[in-house]
Write a protein that binds this ligand. Structure first.
Ligand code: COA
Length: 415
């Protein structure tokens, strides 16, 4: 069976996390991804957070599956000429260098268009055009500048960054969608275009509901949905919501049996309005179904803290999986707090390919997250990340370079 992006060639100039996430997805959909790395060094993550000496780190291997790697000094005149051939040969150039790096290398948008008018040039940058466009940005900077940190954490604590890599991997996802859209448009225009995904914009897009609340609370001035401020007056900006859902269905993280020793013995519990009678039955408060102070969502809002305490008195008597099983019988939305260890061992995630075991010639077997997007006609087989420069000769051969030319480039350190 063919793959969705069969025949598409990606010149992958990405490094660290945001760009590699994007090109890994394209590779999983079948594109031929040629990762260009600096001769001798490669993507800096090959050596970051290493757990085995002299072996590509998990950071690198888990973000660069299904790609080919070539080494090339793109600042050397001979390297630049190879890069020109690659630009002519490929459909999409993806990069996440610091602002201006590609131009400084001599590969401006105008130059790339001269070489290949069909080429799509896709970039991750920290910020879009504006006061910060020249700044270098990493994950947590984007979380802070995109609105996530100011709305994450508890009301009595500082802003918090989250474990989900919404700035890097989130922006990589946004960029991948932009690339696929540009490839689609190219079918009618015959031309490439530039695709930009700024990390601040990507994070803000994922924080859309917080901009909703900024305007909503600014109008209503009352923060009913936040149990920690039942009737609190709205200040200037959306507060940190703690574990409140902040949405239409109040929710919270509650302790389960074993919480004293297990940091993840918790469950997320949602008091969805249609199942309120079932919740009252399960927690042993049948009177709350009809008592006016508890019977309607509006009446419950100022009492959320008391209600979640009563529910927690029940969840503390069950472990998180027992609680989940009972609550599911009543269609009460809830979810156990799963640790990375539990996720790694979860058989259903192995069965769907969301967690995969990959074999690597130097590190042996390791676990990775597979393709989270499943296409029925384009299944993903995850293959290991390339060693540095593993495919240099192969790719340069495809570009038409003869064996002696390749040997010469190697002798002068260009590849
Ligand atoms: N051959 C020769 N030179 C190469 C090369 C190659 N194959 N590949 C990269 N380089 C050069 C670049 O041209 C650049 O040179 P210049 O500064 O002289 O123009 C240099 O290597 C360093 O690139 P840069 O992107 O500045 O790396 P950095 O380590 O200093 O910064 C980031 C890293 C992530 C902060 C920066 O790339 C960035 O802000 N990227 C955009 C936002 C982003 O994606 N951030 C998230 C990363 S997960």
């Amino acid at each position: 069976m063919g793959k969705a992006l069969d025949g598409i060639r990606i010149l992958d100039f990405t490094h660290v996390q945001s760009g590699p996430t994007c090109t890994q997805l394209l590779a999983w959909f079948g594109a031929d991804v040629i990762k260009v790395e600096r001769a001798g060094a490669g993507d800096i993550t090959r050596e970051q957070l290493r757990d085995i000496p002299d072996v590509d780190s998990l950071y690198f291997t888990m973000l660069n599956h299904n790609k080919r790697s070539i080494t090339l000094d793109t600042k050397h005149p001979r390297g630049k000429s190879v890069l020109e051939s690659l630009v002519r040969h490929c459909d999409v150039l993806v990069e996440n260098f610091a602002p201006g790096a590609l131009d400084r290398m001599g590969f401006t948008w105008e130059r790339i268009q001269e070489l290949n008018p069909r080429m799509i040039v896709a970039s991750v940058k920290g910020f879009g055009p504006g006061p910060y466009e020249d700044c270098k940005v990493y994950e947590n900077v984007a979380q802070c500048a995109g609105g996530a940190a100011s709305t994450t954490g508890f009301d009595d604590g500082p802003p918090l960054v989250t474990g989900a890599q919404i700035g890097d991997s989130g922006t990589g996802l946004h960029l991948a969608l932009g690339i696929v859209a540009a490839l689609y448009q190219r079918q009618t225009t015959g031309r490439g275009q530039r695709v930009l995904a700024a990390m601040q914009d990507g994070v803000l897009n994922l924080c859309r509901v917080k901009l909703r609340d900024q305007q909503r609370l600014d109008r209503t001035r009352v923060m009913h949905e936040y149990p920690q401020y039942p009737d609190g007056a709205f200040g200037a900006a959306v507060p940190r919501a703690g574990n409140a859902s902040g949405g239409g269905q109040p929710g919270s993280i509650l302790k389960c049996k074993g919480w004293e020793t297990d940091p993840n013995a918790y469950i997320y519990f949602i008091t969805q309005a249609p199942v309120w009678p079932a919740i009252c039955e399960v927690i042993g408060k049948p009177g709350w179904v009809t008592e006016p102070d508890y019977a309607t969502p509006k009446a419950r809002l100022p009492r959320l803290a008391e209600i979640f305490t009563a529910i927690e008195d029940w969840t503390k008597t069950k472990d998180k999986f027992e609680a989940m099983a009972i609550l599911n019988e009543f269609d009460i939305p809830c979810g156990p707090i799963l640790s990375m260890k539990e996720l790694a061992e979860e058989p259903s995630l192995r069965a769907t390919g969301t967690i995969v075991e990959v074999d690597h010639p130097k590190r042996g077997k390791y676990l990775s997250v597979g393709n989270p997007i499943k296409l029925s006609d384009s299944p993903t087989e995850v293959t290991r990340s390339p060693l540095l420069g593993e495919h240099t000769d192969e790719v340069l051969g495809e570009l038409g370079l003869a064996g002696e030319e390749i040997a010469q480039l190697r002798a002068i350190g260009v590849i």
